[in-house]
Design a protein around this ligand. Structure first.
Ligand code: PAF
Length: 262
């Protein structure tokens, strides 16, 4: 990406939790939009930033690879960490604040306090990734409390996550409005995801069969059979919430996606 001098307007990068808390107190009478991320930013994240910039006076992005939402230590170890490139992209997108806290500050309680949801969090992703949603909800609650945004932006690719965050915000009377944003896809229809960067060229080509099959008129069972024949390992393909949702593995890379399905 070729950057021009005006792209380097300073973005405030805050790594100390206490520093953020005192900075936040000084932001008054301005609307704040927030995009929580785990970094390795792609066009999907940038589209959330653009939406926030249109809706709000100030846009805040966080990058925190949240250890408590990884049920698989291998996945956590290999999660792509690309902070310098992420800073460049966010600067280019003219984001105002980047918050990059560390795990010690975020989990001063050693994760002894956690958010648990007892229904929705046990199915689909929850069934295949035990504990994932507890970790996700806990860190999102902490981040929402720290950022105190008017609106927070979540992609529909992680549809179950979006439903759970909305449910938590309603149940705990949190003041931030949760904004659902459409999934951004590459030219072959594959949903953009940080995990795509772990696929080789051949796997990237193959991965495009996953959304194509979700869109097909085949039954869920027929899609599972086709995916398996193509070499995918399938966690689930189901219709729910007027959507067809799926989770598959290509090699050791796990992909999730969902499409409208009425
Ligand atoms: O969707 C993600 O990237 C993460 O689950 C989130 C919301 C940033 C919480 O760690």
């Amino acid at each position: 990406m070729l950057l021009k001098p005006e792209d380097f307007l300073p973005m405030n990068i805050v790594t100390e939790l206490n520093e953020w808390v005192s900075m936040r107190k000084k932001i008054m009478n301005q609307s704040i939009g927030f995009i929580p991320t785990m970094g390795n930013l792609h066009a999907g994240h940038i589209s959330l930033c653009e939406r926030s910039k249109r809706d709000n006076d100030i846009t805040v992005v966080s990058i925190f690879v949240n250890p408590t939402q990884f049920n698989n230590q291998n996945d956590l170890k290999h999660y792509p960490r690309t902070l310098p490139e992420d800073i460049e992209k966010l600067t280019h997108a003219k984001v105002d604040y980047l918050f990059v806290p560390n795990a010690e500050d975020m989990y001063q309680d050693n994760y002894e306090i956690k958010v648990t949801e007892t229904e929705l969090s046990h199915e689909l992703e929850g069934e295949h990734r035990p504990g994932h949603f507890n970790g996700m909800l806990t860190v999102v609650l902490k981040l929402l409390n720290l950022i105190q945004a008017h609106k927070a932006y979540f992609g529909e690719k992680d549809y179950q996550q979006l439903l759970l965050v909305k449910k938590m915000v309603l149940s705990l009377f949190l003041p931030t409005e949760i904004m659902a944003c459409e999934t951004i896809r590459n030219e072959k229809g594959l949903a953009l995801s940080s995990r795509n960067s772990r696929l080789n060229d051949e796997q990237l080509e193959m991965a495009a069969h996953f959304p194509a099959l979700l869109h097909s008129h085949l039954t869920d069972e027929e899609i599972i059979t086709q995916l398996k024949n193509l070499g995918f390992k399938v966690d689930y393909i189901v219709k729910k919430w007027q959507r067809r949702l799926g989770a598959v593995y290509l090699g050791d890379v796990r992909l999730i996606d969902n499409i409208h399905y009425i």
